[in-house]
Design a protein. Structure first.
Length: 144
């Protein structure tokens, strides 16, 4: 029974939150650049898409996945766009922000220090796997 609960937990960890599967529009925004302009554009894309779809009386699920050097977007002490991440999360709490666990581990090892992910974001085991899962579920892909 315990093994079944663990397996169920692992399977659920790879799924999108709540109503995301029910949204008629689903957008994955991929950030793999450490450039603040790219990160800002990703955040603005998310807000603009939500605002546009809402004006059309629709709903949209959005997940921003950061991997590689882009993971710094969600690292508390390193994010060049921390205020923008916080602002977007406050205005649109339904936007899921995912940081690649593999990239975080590599960055922490190269810096020889522990890193903290911003509370607005979550850590996924692999950003590449998360992107693959969303694309397999027919999420639209956008890379600023």
């Amino acid at each position: 029974m315990r093994a079944l609960i663990v397996i169920l937990g692992i399977l659920l960890a790879g799924t999108s939150p709540g109503r995301a599967q029910d949204a008629p529009h689903r957008l994955l925004i991929h950030v793999d650049s450490p450039d603040a302009d790219v990160m800002t554009e990703a955040l603005h894309n998310a807000a603009n898409v939500i605002d546009t779809i809402r004006k059309q009386r629709g709903t949209v699920a959005i997940e921003i996945v950061a991997n590689g050097p882009g993971t710094s977007m969600f690292i508390d002490a390193l994010s060049p766009v921390k205020p923008e991440v916080q602002r977007l999360h406050a205005a649109y709490p339904e936007v899921v922000m995912s940081a690649c666990g593999i990239s975080l581990t590599h960055t922490a090892a190269s810096m020889k220090k522990q890193l903290t992910v911003m509370p607005e974001a979550r850590v996924v085991p692999s950003g590449a796997v998360r992107i693959m899962q969303l694309e397999e579920q027919h999420w639209a892909y956008l890379k600023p």
